[in-house]
Design a protein. Structure first.
Length: 50
């Protein structure tokens, strides 16, 4: 299936935004998804393990 088509700049920006949003959703699903899990992920990235 050939999908040769051109996107204008606004369409490219929307595709990039949608891609980033999907990556963010997947990251939080993998990380647990809850607020506490997100806080733990951030804390671990800031404070090194002892």
């Amino acid at each position: 299936m050939n999908m040769d088509f051109q996107l204008n700049e606004e369409q490219k920006m929307l595709v990039d935004l949608a891609d980033r949003m999907l990556r963010d959703v997947r990251m939080f699903q993998i990380g647990g998804g809850t607020s506490q899990a997100q806080l733990n992920m951030i804390a671990r990235s800031i404070f090194p393990a002892r």
